[in-house]
Design a protein around this ligand. Structure first.
Ligand SMILES: NC(=O)c1ccc[n+]([C@@H]2O[C@H](COP(=O)([O-])OP(=O)(O)OC[C@H]3O[C@@H](n4cnc5c(N)ncnc54)[C@H](OP(=O)(O)O)[C@@H]3O)[C@@H](O)[C@H]2O)c1
Length: 343
């Protein structure tokens, strides 16, 4: 197989921009990269490996055949166009929420369920999970495989970049106007103004009081881990951080497990960085992360009132680990499996 023809739909967005950067150094041999966005960005120049390309609108690229098409332009665009790209032979790696829970679409985190990429899915679509799900399942996998879990209670602290470039811009503009004392706080991308605030809602709230993000986290984690009965409940919170999601995870095991056993298991896991020293700053924080491809885990401790209860603090770059890097790693694994057989 020679160089691959690759498309990125949503190439000018927060995730698309990271995809372009990560593909520069990826193991996927690329002979042609087509960059696609909305008409707002048509003809914009974007560089890949030192060469400029012009951004296309999707209608101009829809007749072309690609080997891989990364979709990162929201659910509506994926629903309309991903099946058409797949029908022309592309393996679609979709970042949106459009297909994740479809039973005939694998939902893949390569470090957790790589076997899902052993053969090509009939629909030609592989789904990339939600950002808060990916770091959670990567941290949980070694523990879920070794120990019996009673239940998990999880709180997320999610950055503005989870709301895309508009989310980042809104936080920055909003913070400036609060500091300057000028203008009203803005709240277009988030339910209420995010600057200097904490918002306990990510995505729409349904009638039972659960938010869309909380529902996605639970359903997707069960599917990826292959644990349909996993007892997991979450509160998802937006915080005024530009990039990097944090999660406080409480795992109630069925028996006491010494902390050293837990640490050893996590330390052996590829792509996990442990913070084990005691004292100040011996834990990861989203703004000061250094290794952006890793899941960072600190403050592993036992509940003093229940020795079967285990806490940990998990931080990751949501635009990379939680989106673009996971998508590229799906592409790399699919390529190692030579795009998984017959089309
Ligand atoms: N941000 C995260 O942490 C994260 C994590 C996991 C998954 N995701 C998912 O990834 C997707 C992209 O998120 P993002 O954060 O990168 O959003 P974003 O910054 O708002 O970028 C959206 C991208 O989609 C393009 N687009 C919008 N409408 C389009 C259309 N009709 N045809 C073609 N392109 C279109 C935009 O082009 P213009 O520049 O021309 O507007 C832009 O390139 C979403 O589905 C999101 O749910 C995001």
């Amino acid at each position: 197989m020679n160089g691959l023809k690759v498309a990125i739909v949503g190439a000018t967005g927060a995730v698309g921009t990271e995809l372009i950067k990560l593909l520069e150094d990826s193991q996927i041999p690329i002979s042609c990269l087509r960059l696609i966005a909305s008409s707002r960005s048509a003809r914009r120049e974007v560089k890949f490996r030192g060469t400029s390309s012009l951004v296309d609108v999707i209608e101009d690229a829809s007749d072309a055949a690609f080997d891989i098409a990364f979709f990162s332009a929201g659910g509506a665009t994926s629903l309309k166009w991903a099946p058409q790209f797949a029908a022309k032979g592309a393996l679609v790696i979709d970042n949106s929420n459009a297909f994740r829970m479809d039973s005939d679409v694998p939902l893949v985190v390569p470090q957790v369920n790589p076997k899902m990429l052993a053969s090509r899915p009939n629909r030609g679509i592989v789904a990339n999970p939600n950002c808060s799900t990916i770091q959670f399942v990567r941290a949980l996998r070694p523990l879920a495989q070794s120990f019996s879990i009673r239940q998990i209670v999880l709180t997320t602290y999610q950055a503005a970049s989870g709301g895309g470039l508009r989310g980042i811009n809104e936080l920055l503009t909003d913070a400036k106007s609060v500091l300057d004392g000028t203008g009203e706080p803005t709240s277009e991308r988030f339910p209420v103004s995010l600057a200097f605030n904490v918002v306990p809602q990510v995505g729409e709230l349904s009638d039972d009081g659960v938010s869309l993000e909380e529902r996605k986290l639970v359903q997707e984690s069960r599917k990826i881990l292959g644990l349909p009965n996993l007892k997991l409940t979450a509160t998802c919170v937006r915080v005024p951080v530009i990039n990097g999601h944090s999660e406080a995870i409480y795992i109630e095991l069925t028996e006491f497990i010494p902390l050293n056993n837990v640490r050893e298991l996590l330390a052996r896991e590829l792509g996990i960085q442990l913070y084990e020293e005691a004292g100040c700053c011996a834990y990861p924080t989203p703004r000061l992360l250094d290794n952006h491809g890793h899941v960072h885990i600190g403050r592993i401790r036992t509940n003093p009132d229940d020795s079967r209860g285990l806490w940990m603090w998990v931080v990751a770059n949501n635009l990379q680990v939680g989106a673009a890097l996971n998508a590229v790693q799906i592409g790399e694994l699919a390529y190692r499996n030579r795009l998984m057989g017959a089309q």
